[in-house]
Design a protein around this ligand. Structure first.
Ligand code: GN1
Ligand code: MG
Length: 336
């Protein structure tokens, strides 16, 4: 509760006498809390406006997506913003902090890695279904929340700049990982040769962005901040990154980190169930390349942040970003 001032809570609730606030979730960007009030439970979030430069755009995107899904009878729960008492979608404080509140989706839990084949299937199927429902949402209605988010070429250029600057004096001890990333540059070129349509995508479909009910069925797809115009192959690839391996992305159990071919098959089967009918041939033929490019990009992003002194992703120990890089390198190695 100390982290969350009562003035923030008073912007959303008339009475906060019995309000309880507890840190929640595993996100690497925003600060997230579980908020209990006598009349209901909520998610309270402080939006990272260094990453999302126009937080108000996010709120508008969420409203647009939520309304679109409801109108089209999407069968799962959607995100519901609980507005400020003054009617705004978000609170902007005098310190330029952005806070928002969502209704809590009850009877759910999230996972950072799959626990069963059934769950892997559900993971593929739910994200495929989500994309299928977003297919008819006109692209121009969505604000690109982070420009160039999955522009891997630009990510690579930033990585090269980080090496040149060597701001945190970490280049020397990361030389192995740096060389590996450079050697895999061909993946970027292979991906850029593809001609695939721009669609409305989730852009962060990791397994922890699914809420499962007590029967391990998916109740909701969450974390809609990155919903933007993009490529479906990136979404499928990101799914593989966390949905087709036995270790999660924080694991340092490097010998065990790999994409399992059988998990991959199950995930793909689930995903194609809602997407196969409308995917282009190029998309369908290049699903595995989607996994390669997104794991490659994620390795670049973690390593760049490590070289820049851990400014982007939340960390709880010094070498976390280089360990995350090694984890992604193992994953990619197992596919290649
Ligand atoms: C970040 O905040 P979170 O955990 O939802 C990141 C994703 C990465 C992910 C890695 C806006 O997502 O792109 O894939 O960490 N989001 C942003 O876990 O950079
Ligand atoms: Mg996210």
């Amino acid at each position: 509760m100390n982290e969350v001032k009562s003035s923030i809570l008073y912007s959303f609730f008339k009475n906060i006498d019995e309000c309880k606030v507890i840190p929640y979730g595993s996100g690497l960007i925003h600060q997230t809390f579980y908020l209990h009030q006598p009349e209901g439970n909520y998610i309270l979030q402080k939006v990272n406006h260094h990453v999302f430069k126009n937080p108000i755009d996010l709120a508008n995107n969420i409203e647009v997506v939520s309304n679109h899904l409801k109108q089209n009878h999407y069968p799962k729960s959607v995100l519901n913003i609980r507005k400020c008492l003054n009617g705004n979608l978000m609170l902007q404080t005098t310190k330029n902090e952005y806070w928002r509140v969502f209704d809590f989706i009850e009877d759910t839990q999230y996972f950072s890695k799959p626990e069963s084949k059934k769950q892997i299937y559900q993971t593929g199927k739910s994200f495929g279904e989500f994309l299928a429902f977003l297919k008819n949402l006109p692209i121009k209605k969505i604000n690109p929340s982070i420009p160039n988010f999955h522009n891997t070429r630009l990510r690579f250029q930033n990585f090269e700049k980080a090496i040149q600057n060597d701001k945190s004096n970490r280049v020397k001890t990361s030389s192995q990982e740096i060389e590996q990333i450079k050697k895999w540059h061909f993946i970027l070129k292979d991906f850029e040769k593809l001609d695939t349509p721009i669609r409305v995508v989730h852009a962060d479909p990791k397994i922890s962005n699914l809420l499962f009910d007590h029967n391990k069925k998916v109740k909701a797809v969450i974390d809609w901040d990155t919903i933007m115009p993009g490529f479906l192959l990136h979404d499928f690839g990101d799914l593989v990154r966390t949905g087709a391996c036995e270790e999660d992305e924080e694991s340092t159990n490097f010998g065990k980190i790999k994409i399992s071919p059988s998990y991959y098959g199950i995930l793909k089967k689930g995903f194609l169930e809602s997407t196969k009918l409308w995917l282009t041939k190029v998309e369908e033929d290049n699903l595995l390349l989607g996994a390669k490019i997104i794991i490659y990009e994620q390795a670049i992003r973690f390593l760049t942040d490590y070289l820049e002194g851990d400014q982007y992703y939340k960390t709880s120990y010094t070498n976390q970003n280089i360990n995350r890089t090694k984890n992604q390198i193992e994953l990619l190695n197992s596919i290649l």
